[in-house]
Design a protein around this ligand. Sequence first.
Ligand code: PMT
Length: 419
Amino acid sequence: MNIQGKNILIGITGGIAAYKICELIRRFKKSGANVKVVCTPNALNFVTKLTLQNLSQNEVYIEEFEIKKWRPEHISLADEADIMLIAPASANTISKIAQGFADNLLTSVACAFSKKMIIAPAMNCNMWNNTTIQENLSKLKSRGVEILEPESGFLACGYMGKGRLCSLDKIFNAVCEELSYSEKLKGKKVVITSGGTIEDIDPVRYISNYSSGKMGAALANSAKSMGAEVVLITTKNVEAPYKIVKVKSALDMQKALDEEFEISDIIIMAAAVADYRVKNYSQQKMKKEVNEELTLELVKNPDILKELCEKKTHQCVVGFCAESENLLENAKEKIAKKGCDYLIANDISRKDIGFGSENNEVVILDKNGGQKRLEKASKSVIARKILENITQKCHSELYKAKQRGYELTESVCRADSES
Ligand code: PMT
């Protein structure tokens, strides 16, 4: 894994394991990364500023109000870094970050940091088992923070138990893997749909559904952070650093997808597409005085996902499945009927996940009968996990397609030279 030129920000808190981080800084530097260190004042009881400064070949940041530049330190440190690692992370700092406290430079940077954060806790085993600490760790996990759990063994405080900083190899590999994450979809085009389609009845009324577009937007953001070229086809007003195609109805969405399909690698249909539209759109507002009762005649919309699957060549096609009952049973039937590579099943009868919610809980089904449940978490965490799960498989499919092309070219060349 190449981390040459990557910017790693290491936060060190007050704990005996702080001395081990010196070796870690050296390894990151040796691998070509730029390392900056931010310490809590207590960390300096265990390791000196001079050591950290020499190893990182950078200034060490501690106090918040040493005003040297026009830009507040906690913002510029957060902006510059590709990743933030906090190791060792004390119970105190973990809890502050989970609760949004920003009372020293390290916690202020953590508060302003929006990219990937990895935390390696180290503390006494009873502190580790404390319910509040565990709740705070769960909170951080659900926000996408990776926790490298401590190991069991003899602790510096004299106890035997879980609390020892995990191995430096584990921390080093987790950081390197995360840094290579931003290149996982490099060179791939990912098209995502989001939001509920709108089927007009007259100039005033329409048929739609409760999709907020959050799940699709989270997927698009994740794909972008993995280095993909992203196109988001959506019924919502969105501003983002990738191509947005605003659509309204199912037919508009189908047209937009058709334009992108051939040259895309992965298509994810998170949109809630109306199955029906009105047969005869009324150009004028329908008058209620005329009708005591109103019957709308509906016609079926095309099944966009199914049609894409029928014409796919190398693309990896992923559908979503919104069910209010018998989630898995219906999802299994749907993946077979639609013919997609993956189907992401979610229960939209629950108020805490699915439509409009910040969170989701899904089961990933694949065309070979495999299943993987992703426990409830924020939609951005779920999006990332979905992409991580499907990209490995999609990569090998895309690779095979490329290989087929390559073999064809090679045999054509051979045939040409033989003739
Ligand atoms: O937008 P949010 O508020 O964040 O909510 C997210 C979500 C609940 C909308 C999302 O997670 C989700 O489940 N999206 C799919 C909704 C849906 O239409 O499910 P379905 O089971 O009816 O359709 C199955 C698949 O076929 C979907 O990928 C859908 O995009 C596609 N479809 C459906 C009908 C149709 N005519 N054409 C299609 O392509």
